[in-house]
Design a protein around this ligand. Structure first.
Ligand code: ADP
Ligand code: LRH
Length: 473
């Protein structure tokens, strides 16, 4: 058995977890949990990366003796280092408006068909390629590190970029499984800025005791450093006829495949082929997710449990929105934006908070249904079950609505899927007996039994709701 620490940074909170893990043991204990989110400074949205780093050190400091550390975080964002290894500026948050209009500008020089053929990535305005095109690269920038790689660099002094997170940059060749020299060149970026890639399971280096105040020699191991890649490792699925929703700030809805799907249909439906652990493909779409609810909660200053109770009591199918509409991406007055979309689409805005919450959750369930159906058709893979993992798997109303809308049983949990996936990849690298993903998933199943929601209600209600929001199929 091993004792390992998993650092898992989501867009709304970060945590340091301690795990005891072995052939039939997978225990998780929280050492530190801390706020994460956008901080506006000088008209720009940033991450508070030093707060994150300090909170990680605080968590690791109380871990006791551990065999290793692994780090995962949200994707696409990065820090730049100069030739002395100093961070140039505070990393910018992917929801910052500096990328407004940039995707369109880049696509006028690199056609979307060519970009998709190489990267297989969903077009999102904040993909790393567009963030880098939004500003001139500082002349003294010599190294780009994704967020988990930056934190690992501060812990160990070692430079490199982990592959699952590199796969979200839109500068990565999904078939060659390496940086795309061609796209990096066409984007006008210097190739040497992009460090060599690491595989999940590789030892990055040892903790620097003088820099960190932590015990010397503890290895830092690369995991699926994209949080969604780690979460998918911990889906407690049997076989391959399953879909998943990694449900947190975002809802990542899709399938696990052996190879990318780069067809016209996949591109037109805006599906992504992100890199998974053990060379798998995460074929999925970003649905706007609980971000919309989080922002309403912030604006209202309301308690989540109260809001979800009010949402459960509100009348069904009163108001529906398209949660993926671009106006919901940036932080701001989300209740007002919901009202505006309703008025624009000829609906009366939600009458009260309960009705607004119901609107958000039913609209998310509808978006899941559309995405799940498209994924199955495009990838030619039918599923029998939908696993919902992450913080959103605790939302009973949303889980039930998801089962109803999608017409398949939902298995909810684990809540801390990303941390568990992070732990399992470290444990395997340390020699614990998990030969493949199915062995890891069997352990998650036996230690974190999911909660089942069977579809209820009338499928015709969801058909009608779908044509209200998206027109007839
Ligand atoms: P991220 O990794 O993006 O930061 P998490 O996986 O931590 O996100 O999930 C955060 C979301 O989980 C919140 O937006 C919230 O809606 C949901 N959530 C957290 N706790 C609960 C709970 N007790 N009941 C219902 N939903 C919850
Ligand atoms: C979820 C996530 C998602 C990315 C987004 C930027 O935390 O990593 O997979 O698309 O953040």
């Amino acid at each position: 058995m091993k004792r390992v620490a998993a650092v898992d940074l989501g867009a709304s909170s970060g945590r340091v977890m301690l795990s005891e893990v072995g052939a039939d043991v997978l225990k998780l204990r929280e050492l530190n949990r801390f706020w994460n989110g956008p901080v506006r400074v000088g008209g720009r949205l940033h991450w508070d990366v030093l707060h994150l780093y300090r909170s990680i050190l605080e968590g690791l400091a109380v871990a006791g003796p551990i065999d290793s550390i692994g780090i995962d975080s949200w994707a696409v964002d990065y820090g730049l280092l100069d030739d002395a290894g100093r961070l140039l500026g505070n990393p910018v948050h992917y929801r910052d408006s500096r990328t407004d209009g940039v995707m369109e500008r880049v696509l006028s020089t690199i056609p979307t068909t060519e970009l998709y053929a190489v990267t297989g990535l969903q077009q999102l305005p904040f993909n790393t390629i567009y963030q880098l095109a939004a500003e001139k690269l500082p002349a003294d920038a010599i190294t780009l590190l994704m967020i988990p790689d930056l934190l690992a660099y501060w812990l160990t002094g070692e430079i490199g970029v982990e592959r699952t997170n590199a796969s979200t940059t839109q500068l990565y060749d999904v078939l060659a499984r390496d940086w795309s020299d061609e796209l990096i060149g066409r984007a006008g970026l210097p190739r040497p800025v992009f460090p060599a890639l690491r595989e999940p399971g590789e030892v990055i280096g040892s903790v620097l005791p003088d820099e960190t105040g932590l015990a010397a020699g503890t290895p830092v191991i690369a995991v699926g450093s994209h949080d969604t890649a780690s979460a998918v490792v911990a889906v407690p699925a049997v076989g391959e006829r399953f879909a998943y929703i990694s449900s947190g700030t975002w809802s990542l809805v899709g399938l696990e495949l052996d190879a990318p799907v780069l067809t016209d249909d996949a591109r037109e439906a805006n599906f992504t082929n992100e890199g998974g652990v053990d060379g798998r493909t995460r074929f999925l779409r970003n649905v706007m997710g609980l971000w919309i609810l989080q922002e309403c909660q912030r604006v209202w200053g309301a308690d989540l449990d109260d809001l979800l109770r009010a949402g459960a009591d509100a009348p069904p199918f009163a108001v529906l929105i398209d949660p993926d509409a671009p106006e919901f991406l940036a932080p701001g007055n989300m209740p007002a934006r919901i009202d505006e979309q309703c008025l624009r689409t000829g609906q009366e805005p939600p009458r009260n908070r309960g009705s607004a919450v119901r609107c958000i959750l039913e609209s998310l369930a509808l978006a899941y249904r559309r995405t799940l159906r498209a994924a199955q058709t495009i990838a030619d893979r039918e599923v029998d079950v939908l696993h919902v993992i992450g913080g959103g798997s605790q939302n009973e109303l949303l889980c039930q609505l998801t089962a109803d809308a999608c017409g398949v049983p939902v298995l909810a949990g684990p809540v801390e899927a990303s941390a568990l996936g992070n732990v399992l990849v470290q444990a395997r690298a340390l020699g614990e007996p998990f030969p493949d993903l199915s062995a890891m998933r069997a352990l998650v199943r036996s230690t974190h039994s999911p909660r089942r929601y069977d579809p209820q209600g009338k499928p015709a209600d969801w058909d009608a709701a779908e044509s209200r929001v998206f027109g007839t199929r």
